[in-house]
Design a protein around this ligand. Structure first.
Ligand SMILES: Nc1ncnc2c1ncn2[C@@H]1O[C@H](COP(=O)(O)OP(=O)(O)OP(=O)(O)O)[C@@H](O)[C@H]1O
Length: 244
């Protein structure tokens, strides 16, 4: 059972940045070199507004994850422009990429939890990069989020003793605990049952509305489409549909 979103996550609506959080222009991307060189993205153009919950759909191999990882500073941008929170990522320095990554949260299909750390400790680790000020309330912030995600009884469990869905909810708490400007999610509901998956995405949506957090989510999960503010469909490395 997942509690309804509330409390510290739903406060402080003001955000300093005014530029569109995500702006992509004429983005191309290739994998490999020489004969093996293969184009994965073709002239992608996209602007995402603050607070939007945007779902990226499309067949396998259409370029969704490639786009998400480029915009999320996890891959280098060489052709075209990606502006994240007003900063150009094309040819950006490693320092800039690291700074940008601190302002965003990631939720992946594979939860990537540390197996030797409890749920609380996994969430705490994500706060450490934000420095001592963020760490002051680490216990309250981490436990509040885990409770919100229905894990109040599992705070001190190791991942090995959690179900797949519970592990994914810890990963979601970890992505949200630093109050990121943007959340990038790749198939976040894949391991969750219908109700849990819906509640998790609803939480991301409510967070977006109140705190102006922007969410870009890759999914094949038709059960959550009605929560999206916008659905972008990709095919063969191109955006073919963009619906509000
Ligand atoms: N590391 C890689 N090396 C070479 N080609 C890759 C690599 N990663 C992805 N590709 C290719 O790039 C294209 C886009 O892949 P991508 O993973 O972005 O698609 P996707 O829409 O996210 O697919 P899925 O829904 O299956 O995750 C595909 O043709 C894929 O084979």
């Amino acid at each position: 059972m997942i509690a309804s979103p509330a409390s510290h996550l739903m406060t402080e609506p003001g955000r300093g940045q005014r530029a569109a959080p995500i702006a992509v222009q004429n983005l191309d991307y290739w994998f490999g070199q020489g004969e093996a060189r293969k184009q994965a993205l073709y002239d992608v153009n996209l602007e995402i507004e603050r607070g939007e919950l945007v779902i990226l759909m499309g067949p396998s191999g259409s370029g969704k994850t490639t786009l998400l990882t480029l915009v999320g500073c996890l891959r280098e941008v060489h052709e075209g422009s990606v502006r994240l929170l007003g900063k150009e990522l094309n040819s950006a320095s490693e320092e800039l990429l690291v700074a940008c990554r601190r302002q965003v949260g990631f939720i992946f299909q594979a939860h990537n939890l540390h197996e030797s750390l409890t749920a609380m400790q996994n969430v705490r680790m994500a706060l450490e990069v934000h420095g001592p000020a963020a760490m002051r309330n680490w216990y309250e912030a981490s436990s509040h989020l885990l409770r919100l995600l229905g894990l109040g009884e599992r705070l001190d469990y190791l991942p090995g003793n959690l179900s797949g869905g519970q592990k994914q909810r810890v990963a979601i708490a970890r992505a949200l605990v630093g109050n990121p400007e943007i959340v990038f999610a790749d198939e976040p509901t894949a391991a969750l049952d219908k109700e849990s998956g819906y509640q998790v995405v609803k939480l991301l949506k409510d967070l977006g509305r109140v705190r102006q957090t922007t969410t870009l989510m890759v999914t094949h999960d038709n059960r959550i489409l009605n929560l999206a503010d916008r659905i972008i469909t990709m095919e063969d490395g191109r955006i073919v549909q963009d619906e509000r």
